[in-house]
Design a protein. Structure first.
Length: 389
């Protein structure tokens, strides 16, 4: 069996202590050994080594590490599923790319094919973040944070705008593209757009930092921060790891998005605490009743976003905001003094009026304003009046 993968647990680690963990590595091995001889070169970390440079002990340790990663991945998926989260953090049957000898090919099966776009984004993010973490470990980020300038008050800016205009405070989004709408703006100059938004009366800005799916970047966030824009900035990311929060803080964010469709309660709890520690506001996004109820059960949440776009199907329905704010949920939100942000699909003053009537004190708007030749004037069109005055 030389050249075939061996799956072993590290000494003292019993896979059996996690009943469900027993299955993935074994079933993975079984599945693939039936299909093809899976070589050690299947694993990127191992592929990087020259043959003969790795000792049997190191091999064993790397295998054990890989098994451990699967275990953690499976564990996350299961906890999430028990909370109604359908998004799996990692492919449950291992990564979809396989190498056989010099050939690379993709095996499709139910377990390694993302079920929808949000899952695809999250799986890609997982790989991206682990690579970034290797280059900039948390300890390095923490050192930078010690000297970082203070954050701006994101929630305060929304409240002030709301009381100044009597309209929902605007979080204007700097977004070049999205998987559902394609390219929104060809001549995309993030700093110019940010300045136009600020001039047009935006209370805060949201900056997409995902590169692959939204054509955004952390450089955009940093450039806007360094250009002297005063509005507090939301880092619009798909956060799956606390490391990303530290990174966002260094790149100039004042707030960060946490998506309840992706993150189990414990992660939200823990990440909200990290945000507080770093002086960031957390915008926790929900899109159905179950997510709203989960989030309302978590202490210390100040800002909830209701996304009118289902990130799994892309369907947009602004009555979602109203539905989630009706009855007891709305009352609880008032009691807890939580600011609700209406997100996505808002194009006209009627739309803004509708979500305001439903109870939101802020709105998050991208497409309808970023597409205008003067995005600042786009804001006036959106609200039906000049809100910069
Ligand atoms: O462009 P719109 O329809 O105005 O939507 C803005 C914003 O709500 C949307 O970009 C968004 C809301 N939640 C997200 C999560 C990830 C990426 C993007 C989003």
């Amino acid at each position: 069996m030389e050249g075939l993968i061996s799956l072993k647990s590290s000494p003292g680690t019993s896979l059996r202590s996690f009943p469900s963990f027993n299955q993935p590595p074994n079933s993975f091995a079984r599945r693939f050994s039936m299909d093809l001889p899976l070589r050690r070169s299947s694993f990127p970390a191992i592929r990087a080594q020259q043959p003969g440079t790795i000792s049997p002990k190191e091999e064993e340790e790397e295998d054990a590490l890989k098994v451990k990663e699967w275990e953690v991945g499976m564990f996350q998926n299961e906890v999430a599923a028990s909370q109604g989260i359908r998004i799996r953090r990692r492919p449950p049957t291992g990564p979809p790319l396989h190498y056989v000898g010099p050939f690379e090919f993709r095996l499709q099966n139910d377990g390694n094919t993302p079920r929808n776009i949000l899952e695809e984004i999250v799986w890609h993010k997982d790989t991206e973040v682990s690579q970034m973490k290797e280059r900039k470990p948390l300890a390095t980020l923490k050192k930078f944070i010690e000297n970082a300038p203070p954050t701006r008050d994101f929630v305060g800016a929304l409240k002030a705008a709301h009381s100044r205009t009597g309209l929902p405070g605007l979080i204007a989004e700097v977004k070049k593209a999205s998987p559902s709408r394609g390219i929104l703006r060809e001549d995309f100059h993030p700093v110019e757009i940010a300045r136009a938004y600020e001039k047009g009366g935006a209370a805060c800005l949201s900056v997409l930092t995902d590169e692959k799916f939204f054509k955004g970047s952390f450089e955009n966030l940093e450039a806007i921060r360094n250009a002297g824009v005063q509005c507090p900035l939301l880092c619009k990311e798909f956060v799956i790891d606390a490391w990303q929060i530290y990174y966002a803080r260094i790149k100039g964010a004042d707030a960060i998005l946490l998506i309840a469709a992706v993150l189990p309660d414990l992660d939200i709890r823990y990440m909200v605490k990290i945000c507080k520690m770093l002086g960031l506001a957390a915008l926790v996004e929900v899109h159905d009743e179950r997510e709203m109820d989960r989030v309302l059960g978590i202490e210390g949440i100040e800002l909830i976003g209701i996304n009118n776009r289902n990130l799994e199907t892309f369907e947009v329905d602004i009555s979602n905001t109203k539905k989630l704010l009706e009855g007891e949920r709305g009352q609880l939100i008032c009691q807890k003094d939580i600011i609700v942000v209406g997100e996505s699909g808002l194009f006209t003053p009627d739309h803004v009026g509708y979500v305001q009537e439903a109870g939101v004190k802020a709105v998050l708007v991208g497409e309808s304003i970023v597409k205008q030749s003067d995005p600042g004037k786009g804001i006036t069109g959106l609200f039906g009046r000049d809100i910069s005055l």
